[in-house]
Design a protein. Structure first.
Length: 161
């Protein structure tokens, strides 16, 4: 699962969440390079004719579009959420894809973990509510992972109180 409980001092617990990362940097290079090689195969038959110049901009545009889309996807995978639980304080820090940081704090006694089966942007939408504000947790997780995280987090909060 793309989340883990990181060992912390006895009175604190720390949850680290991140999106799935299926394409490594090496995989990115191989995919774009292989795509570029396969796209240039049709050019071999028309080398030396003016048709090459008609096809070349479209082939280069295709390679650029693939590179751009994969890079954007890679930046979106840079999202990281850190949830710290302690007996007197809960903190959620989200590091976004463009480097922006969002913080949220609440008292664990009043904190509610809610799994919305319907009505959210996705099935089994997971939220934390406290201090008059409700925040989403693990939007990038799969439905099963959000359900498991909800149970795990509820158990840890109950033990913390």
């Amino acid at each position: 699962m793309p989340y883990e409980w990181i060992p912390a001092p006895a009175d604190r617990q720390r949850l680290h969440l991140w999106p799935h990362r299926s394409l490594t940097q090496r995989g990115f290079v191989w995919f774009v390079g292989g795509t570029a090689a396969l796209i240039t195969v049709p050019l071999v038959g028309v080398l030396g004719s003016p048709v090459v110049w008609a096809l070349l901009p479209f082939l280069l545009g295709t390679i650029w579009a693939i590179w751009f889309a994969l890079r954007k996807n890679g930046r979106d995978r840079d999202i990281v959420e850190d949830l710290t639980l302690s007996p007197d304080h809960v903190t959620l820090t989200r590091h976004g894809p463009k480097g922006e940081r969002q913080d949220w704090e609440a008292n664990p006694y009043w904190l509610r973990v809610t799994l919305h089966p319907t009505g959210g942007p996705v099935p089994n939408y997971l939220t934390l509510k406290g201090e008059g504000r409700e925040v989403e947790l693990g939007a990038f997780l799969s439905e099963e992972e959000r359900i498991a995280l909800s149970r795990d987090l509820s158990e840890r909060l109950a033990a913390l109180r």
